[in-house]
Design a protein around this ligand. Structure first.
Ligand code: GUN
Length: 297
């Protein structure tokens, strides 16, 4: 049997329609235009593409955006000074520094320098703490929030389910495990966090009702790691060489899609699964940051 696919692009489109309506309402009723600053340090082509798509989405939704490209040799102090200026800037409600940054820059220092009220990535220690505590006043990181929303809008019951999260990163694995285990709507799951050092990884993954692959290795999840009929959410975006592809490479996920689709019940494709959801949730977080700044939320 072949898995049904979750159309992340279509679900993200619904959310962006809601986002655009909210932006229009804020402009009309409050004279408020949500603004996002996206900083890219260096010239990693994948990061440049993500930053461009965030900027484009702001324009589409009628939001203000500033795309700031800094050279790869930028010193940490220079980047922190830039963040400080944006922290003070009235028309900017959200600030994002694209990860990964060049090695002379500590991401910990960068994320901690962003004002928590403008931290639409949810990477500041205060927001990480709020997510860990289940305090809804914080910002939830965009990809984990997107995964939760994708499951909810696809009618997948998370409550009581065994969710196995493969990966423990700051950006995806750790926060998605926290939000899905919370005592809250679209959560209340039994969550296992597994990773590259886990013993008996295949068996752990096979025990999942919902398997979330965020390990950062192309086609890592094989059919023997998936229970028949399980829901599989592929968070990975990996470039693999393919001389027959127009750009010489192809994007694949952390799941061996062609093989796993014969075993899973429901599966997200790459591209067109989680990716578009991340941007939709970033826009939602930025709109929320703007409304909070103006005392409206
Ligand atoms: N790199 C990959 N995903 C993300 C993200 O969600 N935010 C930032 N800032 N960088 C990323």
């Amino acid at each position: 049997m072949s898995a049904a696919l979750i159309d992340g692009k279509q679900i993200a489109e619904q959310i962006n329609t809601e986002n655009a309506a909210e932006v229009a309402r804020l402009k009309r009723d409050r004279g408020l235009t949500p603004g996002l600053a996206v900083i890219l340090v260096g010239d990693n082509p994948a990061s440049a593409a993500y930053v461009a798509s965030k900027d484009k989405m702001c324009a589409r939704l009628g939001m203000h955006s500033e795309k700031i490209a800094l050279p790869s040799a930028t010193a940490q102090a220079g980047l922190l000074a830039m963040i400080d200026r944006l922290n003070q800037q009235e028309n900017i409600h959200g600030i994002l520094v694209q990860s990964p940054t060049p090695k002379q820059i500590s991401e910990e220092a960068v994320f901690a320098a962003i004002a928590p009220s403008k931290d639409v990535d949810g990477f500041h220690p205060l927001n990480v703490g709020k997510v860990a505590l289940g305090d809804p006043s914080g910002f939830v990181p965009c990809t984990p929030a997107g995964v939760q929303e994708l499951l909810a809008r696809s009618g997948v019951a998370v409550e009581g389910a065994h969710v196995v999260v493969l990966g423990r990163s700051r950006i995806v694995g750790r926060p998605v495990s926290l939000i899905l285990s919370q005592k809250a709507r679209n959560a209340n799951a039994t969550v296992t966090v597994a990773h590259s050092r886990s013993k008996g990884l295949a068996e752990i993954c096979r025990s999942a009702d919902i398997l979330i692959a965020a390990i950062g290795v192309a086609r890592f999840v094989k059919p023997e790691m998936v229970r028949e009929g399980a829901v599989v959410i592929d968070v990975g975006i990996n470039r693999v060489e393919d001389p027959t592809a127009p750009k010489g490479y192809r994007l694949v996920g952390d799941v061996d899609f062609d093989a796993v689709k014969e075993k899973a019940g429901l599966l997200t494709p790459v591209p067109g699964g989680v990716g578009p959801m991340t941007i939709a949730m970033l826009m939602r977080n930025t709109i929320r940051a703007a409304t909070m700044r103006c005392g409206l939320a």
